[in-house]
Every structure is written in structure tokens, then in C-alpha cells.
Design a protein around this ligand. Structure first.
Ligand code: ZN
Length: 434
């Protein structure tokens, strides 16, 4: 094992975060890294021919990605799976978004995606990224292109304190009134029409009439960086959950072949309940695992035997004890930043962890030489949900919910520990290698 005390991955993690401002770009960043490591793209509408030890990946909707290294044992030997999610809370741009506002400015109509901390989005340099759908000759299969404006384009200006003297005593925010971003100064209302679509067309170098639709989101253009007197902390947008997607991918690329098939599954739409075709509540992963088993020569019984032998690490970030709000945490299980991977436990089964799977992950951490800790909700505080328990309704896997300890989850900028990511990558590698 490499020494996790040295921060081997942290610069690369920050590069990964900055290249991945929204779900579609997170998947594109992972796709490029997989291609560079000789992974082969599989088309779900075509037959699959797989080789033991072969490296493959599948993309769903451009926003979820599943990569695996086929096991070199029997098809029934099973799967080691690490799952994470590509999406983060924020703002999606609505159709017909342009609004001519007082003061000669153009603002955009947006819709909130998931549960962002709204006021962290004020007064920041924001930009736009996502997917644009273009005309093709096949009405069922229009062309998809990614677009990202690599410069600050928008800001959501806060109201001056002079117009709301009690703003610091608590300030209710309307998603429709308070949160709309300003895009441009315009000379007259007629300039408003198609302003955004024209910008997108120019950026892509296509005619405006080619653009049929889009999935575009706002993102904060401030790059990830280290903070702290000793660079102990990493601060970035979207650490939840791209830091875990990065850790899973790094471990997959750095681990060695085994008899079991090693799988990385990065789903979309966790922040809205996972209920899409590319989300964890769909049968997507089940279909992929079945096809892997059969393409390696297994039958239906082999597949069921493989599932019975499999284990999943559901990797999604956890709440670290907050220096200003220690009372929010459980009195005896409060993970700290820098304390290693956090095993998440919930009596009401919001997490898939049980004593058996927690024990498995604990031993993996021990073998990797990294510390580990536990998170359980304060009993008077309702916690969040994640991927693991949703996936087990599709595939009855053994598995553990875990993550890195984080502050300010769902802020436009979250903070975690730098060393925790080395610990987690070391633990994930041990999981794939053991
Ligand atoms: Zn998450």
C-alpha cells in the first residue's frame, strides 16, 4: 500500500472537481480517464462480448457511468461494487428563461434542483454548463453536445442591507424572486429574445435553429483550493459526491485484477430521490451485472450466486462534527474531519449498513492501515438518505454506507479534509484488492 499520509491525490482531486461543474461533465471527466486507461465503451443496445480481465464502461443518459474490470474467475464469483453519485444541488435554467428586468438588465428564470443552501449562491461569479440537444436526421435520436462557458457569466446579487435591516436575524428566501441570476445589460426588451440560445449556439458553433432543447445548470466558477494553516482542508463545490466518485475511480484504476468483477457505479439524481432511469432506484445496475455475468459465460443461477457473493460500498459524504454546532451530533458517534472514512449507521435502515457490513468495512480499513469512524444521527435530528438502501430494493446486496466527513453539505462550496481522501482511496483499493 502507498503511504496515505502523503497527499498523493489531492491536486488531482482538485483538477477533477474543477473539470466537473455539473453531472454531465463529471461523467465526461470520468469517461476520459477511463478511455486513457484503455477501458472500452459498451453500447447497451448491442450484444456484449467480454473477456476475463477486460476493462469496460457503460454510460446512461450522459449523466451516469458504470465502469468495471471483468473478474478472471468464474462468472459466479461475484462483484465488488463502489457506488457514488454525479449530481449536486443547484439551479437548472428553465425553458424561455430570459427576463428583461428593471435597470436594463437581463436575468434568467431558474428552478432549484435538489436541496441547495440558497444564500451561499449569492454574489458569486457563476457560469453555465450542461447538455444541449441538436437536430439530427433521426427524430428518435437527436444529437447531444456538452457546453461549458469557461468564464464567469452571471451573478445573483443580494439585496443591500439598507433595504432589509433585519437580514442578519433570519431572512426567508423565495426561490422564484430572490434567486434569479443576472446575465447581461441590454439596451431594450427586444434584445431579450433568444439571448441565451444565441450564446449557446455561438459557443457550440452551430446555427440557433439546430438547438432543440437543453439541460443547463449554474455553477460557481471559483476553483477548488486547500485552506487551513497547514493546507489541511479542501474547499470546493460538489464535494458531495464527486469526491467519492473520484475516490472510487482512482481506486478502480490503481487496484489489481481479481477473480471478482470490480465495479464503479456513479448514478445521477441522488439529490432528487434517485427515481430516474439513470438513478439508483432504476434497475440499471441490475441489468448491467446480469449482462456481465452472462457475457462471461454464466447463466441465471450463476448470476444469483454472484449477487449472493457480492459486496457494495455505497460512498456518499457524511456530516463531520461542526466546530460551531457540536450539539447537532450524536453524543458518542460524531465523526471529525481528518478522522478517516465514516461508516454510516441508522436504526431505521436509511443506510444499508448493518453490523455485518460495518465489520467488513472496518477490517478493510484496518488492512489498509487507515483510521475509520462512525456516524449515527442525533436521535432528535432527522438525517438524509443516500444510494445504498435505494439500490438494495433493486438488488439484494450486502453492503455498507460510508463517506468522508464534510462541513456545509449542500452549500455551493463544501469543506472536507485533504487527508481523508487519501485514507478513503487506500481503503477502496484494499476493498478491490482483498
Ligand atoms: Zn450525496
Amino acid at each position: 500500500m502507498s503511504n496515505p499520509e502523503s497527499l498523493l491525490h489531492i491536486d488531482d482531486l482538485m483538477t477533477f472537481m474543477d473539470a466537473s461543474p455539473v453531472n454531465f461533465f463529471a461523467v465526461e471527466t470520468m469517461r476520459r480517464r477511463l478511455e486513457a486507461a484503455d477501458f472500452i465503451c459498451l453500447d447497451q443496445s448491442e450484444p456484449w462480448t467480454l473477456e476475463p480481465g477486460g476493462r469496460y464502461y457503460v454510460i446512461k443518459n450522459g449523466s451516469a457511468i458504470f465502469a468495471f474490470v471483468a473478474g478472471n474467475g468464474a462468472p459466479s464469483d461475484g462483484f465488488k461494487i463502489i457506488s457514488a453519485h454525479s449530481d449536486s444541488p443547484g439551479f437548472r435554467i428553465k425553458p424561455h428563461a430570459e427576463i428583461a428586468a428593471p435597470g436594463g438588465v437581463l436575468k434568467l428564470n431558474t428552478e432549484v434542483y435538489g436541496g441547495p443552501i440558497l444564500y451561499t449562491w449569492f454574489d458569486r461569479p457563476l457560469s453555465i454548463a450542461g447538455r444541449v440537444i441538436l437536430r439530427s436526421h433521426d427524430p428518435l435520436h437527436p444529437e447531444h453536445q456538452l457546453v461549458k462557458f469557461d468564464r464567469p457569466l452571471l451573478t445573483i446579487p443580494h439585496l443591500a442591507i439598507h433595504f432589509n435591516r433585519s437580514v442578519n436575524d433570519g431572512n426567508h428566501l423565495s426561490k422564484q424572486k430572490d434567486m434569479l441570476p443576472v446575465l447581461a445589460m441590454i439596451n431594450n426588451a427586444a434584445e431579450r429574445d433568444n439571448y441565451l440560445i444565441n450564446m449557446v449556439a455561438d459557443q457550440l458553433g452551430v446555427d440557433r435553429s439546430e438547438i432543440l432543447d437543453f439541460d443547463l445548470s449554474l455553477y460557481d466558477t471559483t476553483p477548488a483550493c486547500l485552506v487551513g494553516a497547514n493546507d489541511e482542508f479542501i474547499t470546493s463545490g460538489r464535494l458531495d459526491d464527486l469526491s467519492m466518485a473520484y475516490s472510487a475511480l482512482s481506486a478502480l484504476l490503481e487496484s489489481h485484477d481479481s477473480s471478482m468483477t470490480r465495479v464503479m457505479a456513479v448514478f445521477d439524481n441522488e439529490e432528487t430521490g434517485s427515481g430516474t432511469k439513470q438513478g439508483a432506484a432504476s434497475p440499471e445496475l441490475d441489468y448491467i451485472l446480469r449482462r456481465v455475468c452472462s457475457a462471461l459465460g454464466g447463466n441465471e443461477e450463476d448470476n444469483l450466486r454472484a449477487i449472493a457473493k457480492s459486496f457494495m460500498v455505497s460512498a456518499d459524504n457524511a456530516h463531520g462534527i461542526h466546530p460551531n454546532y457540536p450539539e447537532k451530533q450524536d453524543p458518542t458517534n460524531h465523526p471529525r474531519l481528518g478522522g478517516g472514512p465514516v461508516i454510516k449507521i441508522n436504526a431505521n435502515c436509511k443506510y444499508m449498513t448493518d453490523a455485518d457490513s460495518a465489520a467488513v468495512f472496518r477490517v478493510i480499513c484496518e488492512r489498509a492501515g487507515v483510521p475509520y469512524q462512525y456516524f449515527v444521527n442525533h436521535s432528535d435530528v432527522a438525517g438524509g438518505s443516500t444510494l445504498g438502501n435505494i439500490l438494495t430494493s433493486q438488488i439484494p446486496l450486502r453492503g455498507v454506507d460510508m463517506g468522508a466527513a464534510l462541513w456545509a453539505m449542500h452549500s455551493v462550496r463544501e469543506t472536507a479534509s485533504a487527508i481523508d481522501h487519501e485514507y478513503i482511496i487506500a481503503a477502496f483499493k484494499e476493498f478491490y484488492n482483498c
